[in-house]
Design a protein around this ligand. Structure first.
Ligand code: SAH
Length: 251
């Protein structure tokens, strides 16, 4: 039987990056979480032990996902880990005052599945310290698993499981949806949505709705509103058209 093979499938475009992982067992468990969901590209940035993937604890937790762990690349810097990627998501238990836009795992997964041009890295932090700000600032989005506010810090490998599960669901959904009959708008890519926000912001400043010197939380709030809607390309274009018209009218 000849099943169509989609090269652009999210399963080939998603990388898991673990930064400064302390416990070898967590690396093994993360490899297992990835393999159960169909992902295999694992990169380790400066794990605490150079031989982490050979350690007994890692091997035990990897179980049948030894191949994913053995194929993991170990690198010295975040930059190296992102080679070949054009999109990075910082996965963090902590929300920060200055961070890229916050996106839920489900919305992220849908964006990634919908845009075959994205080569994405999901970046996870150290068990105790999480991700450093310098790394979070370099990422396109911040992903927070909306857990129990009273105890919201998941085990590292379990966080990998949640993210890869959502990515699997979105990837499978994308494939089945593409065979649906009838109208199906194309989901907008993160970069398109970002461009629209910038355009909208300019327009809101032009009509004095937004004070550039004292913007308060207007843009974060609008982003939050739109992030709930799963914007499609056509809709992003309409919003940009409105912004363009406003700006033209102000000239
Ligand atoms: N005490 C650390 C938590 C580290 S848990 C901190 O404050 O950041 C190890 C890693 O698991 C985190 O860096 C993150 O990548 C992931 N993680 C754990 N809980 C998460 C959550 N609720 N949302 C998103 N990522 C989470």
């Amino acid at each position: 039987m000849n099943l169509p093979q989609i090269d652009t499938s999210l399963f080939k475009r998603l990388r898991i990056v673990l930064v400064e992982t302390s416990r070898p067992g967590n690396i093994g468990a993360a490899a297992r979480a990835m393999k159960t969901m169909g992902f295999s590209d694992l990169v380790l940035v400066k794990p605490r032990f150079d031989d982490a993937i050979k350690q007994e604890e890692a091997v035990a937790f990897a179980s049948g996902a030894q191949d994913v762990m053995d194929a993991a690349r170990i690198v010295d810097s975040f930059g190296e880990a992102l080679e070949g990627c054009n999109f990075a998501a910082a996965v963090s238990a902590r929300l920060r005052e200055f961070s890229p836009p916050i996106v839920t795992p489900r919305n992220l997964a849908q964006q990634l599945a919908a845009d075959p041009g994205l080569q994405a890295a999901l970046v996870f932090g150290n068990e105790r310290f999480g991700l450093p700000n310098e790394i979070v600032e370099k990422c396109n989005v911040l992903i927070n698993i909306p857990a129990n506010p009273e105890y919201s810090s998941l085990n590292l490998a379990q966080a990998v499981q949640v993210l890869t599960y959502e990515c699997r669901m979105a990837a499978i959904d994308g494939v089945s949806r593409s065979t649906d009959i009838g109208f199906q708008g194309q989901a907008a890519a993160v970069a398109q949505i970002e461009g629209m926000y910038a355009h909208l912001e300019q327009a809101l400043i032009a009509i004095d709705f937004l004070d550039a010197d004292n913007p308060k939380k207007l843009m974060p709030r609008l982003k939050r509103l739109f992030s709930r809607t799963q914007l499609e390309v056509e809709e992003v274009n309409i919003l940009r058209g409105i912004a363009k018209q406003i700006l033209a009218g102000r000239k």
